[in-house]
Design a protein around this ligand. Structure first.
Ligand SMILES: C[S@@+](CC[C@H](N)C(=O)[O-])C[C@H]1O[C@@H](n2cnc3c(N)ncnc32)[C@H](O)[C@@H]1O
Length: 383
């Protein structure tokens, strides 16, 4: 697993924990890849023909009534029930192994962070806003079933890194369990920049904003790729930003982390040449997404580029069986906003926020690491 123990602000699992991690990833891959494939085959052979005959029409991926009808039929199937149980168990095992490491490693990480943060010559900054009205969709939900959620703050802990540590440990296993292993050192931000440059030519941003930056993993890639740029990362979750700040300072990457919502950003109009995000939009609500799309346009400088990558669970892209599996993940696996994202009409949201139609883009881009695509959306503001 990608447990780089050369980095002091990172999880350092024991050999036993590494071997449990490897088992959990294999387990999750069996469930997420092989079993899901078996379910698709099973439905096509054993459920769809009868359902189509009962409905009197062919199944249509865009028809919500068809999704509902298929969901009802699948609910009683042993194969689907097995998948539900194993998906749940796999997620439990994942968080257990992360916490097993943190039980012995968090004190070391806390001490390493404290040492880094005492330095007078810090490269970036961390600005938290204790008065921020935390959006309940993040603050009150255990996204991905992460214990305590992203906004976890333990009583009596001054510089609480636990949510950032958990997101870092769980994120790696979660992605790998879906077959998304990237070569070491490659992050989604590399893909984003290479796609943006294919579309717009060489980028030379002076100010970059990464929205919904989480622990700043991708923000750090932006800063490394554009060492002359001033780079900002925003998120609502303080613990994730603390982790990002400590880790980036420890690695010598200058980033300004700010706790704020993408729906109301405390930045001047037209102040960023590049506004980017990686897997942020699918964790918003429809209202927050609409407000954030407007805010992105407001802070984007003339000639600037807004470029965002996210999950591909749109009906039409995704068949009915996967929509039913998604629906289960929404209800039971800490992905409550997936369906809102799947149904989001990005062109309509951008147009409503004043983006000229000929400046916008949306579409699917083939991943260069791992199977599948990314959904991308964004715009270039006229110069
Ligand atoms: C799946 S994580 C992705 C984090 C990071 N971009 C990455 O690629 O690792 C989504 C992030 O969006 C943040 N987020 C969700 N809604 C937000 C909002 N309204 N304002 C700021 N951040 C938000 C969450 O707290 C979370 O850290």
């Amino acid at each position: 697993m990608a447990n780089d123990t050369n980095l002091e602000i990172n999880l350092h699992p024991t050999q036993d924990e590494l071997s449990r991690q490897a088992f959990i990833v294999k387990f999750k891959q069996k469930v997420n890849l092989d079993l899901q494939k078996d379910i698709r085959t099973y439905v096509a052979k054993n459920i769809a023909p009868q359902l189509e005959s009962d409905l009197g029409e062919p199944l249509d991926d865009l028809n919500r009534d068809h999704r509902k009808a298929l969901k009802q039929r699948m609910a009683d199937e042993h194969l689907f029930q097995t998948w539900e149980s194993l998906t749940w168990i796999g997620q439990d095992m994942m968080w257990n192994v992360v916490d097993e490491t943190l039980d012995h490693d968090l004190p070391r990480i806390d001490a390493a962070a404290a040492k880094v943060l005492k330095r007078k010559d810090k490269l970036g900054s961390l600005t938290l806003d204790p008065n921020l009205d935390l959006p309940p969709n993040i603050a009150k939900v255990e996204i991905h079933r992460q214990p305590g959620g992203f906004c976890l703050e333990r009583d009596g802990v001054d510089y609480d890194l636990l949510s950032g540590a958990r997101m870092t440990g769980g994120g790696m296993l979660y992605g790998a369990g879906k077959g998304r292993t990237a070569k070491p050192g490659y992050s989604a931000a590399h893909f984003l920049i290479s796609e943006a440059e294919k579309q717009f030519g060489k980028l030379k941003p002076k100010r970059i904003l990464d929205i919904g930056c989480g622990t700043g993993f991708n923000t750090a890639t932006f800063a490394r790729m554009f060492p002359d740029a001033e780079v900002y990362g925003i998120d609502v979750a303080a613990g994730l930003l603390r982790w990002g700040h400590a880790r980036c300072e420890s690695e010598g990457v200058p980033i300004h982390f700010n706790q704020m919502s993408t729906a109301k950003m405390d930045f001047e109009d037209e102040s960023f040449d590049l506004v980017a995000s990686t897997i942020w939009g699918h964790e918003t609500t429809p209202q927050i997404l609409q407000d954030s799309i407007a805010e992105i346009w407001r802070v984007l400088a003339p000639g600037g580029i807004s470029f965002h990558m996210d999950v591909t669970n749109q009906p039409g892209y995704q068949g009915l069986v996967d929509q039913v599996l998604n629906d289960w993940q929404i209800r039971h696996n800490g992905e409550p906003f997936w369906m809102g994202w799947a149904d989001a009409d990005l062109p309509a949201l951008m147009t409503a926020a004043g983006y000229p139609e000929d400046c916008q883009f949306t579409g699917y881009r083939k991943r260069t690491q791992g199977a599948g695509d990314w959904f991308v959306h964004g715009a270039q503001k006229p110069a």
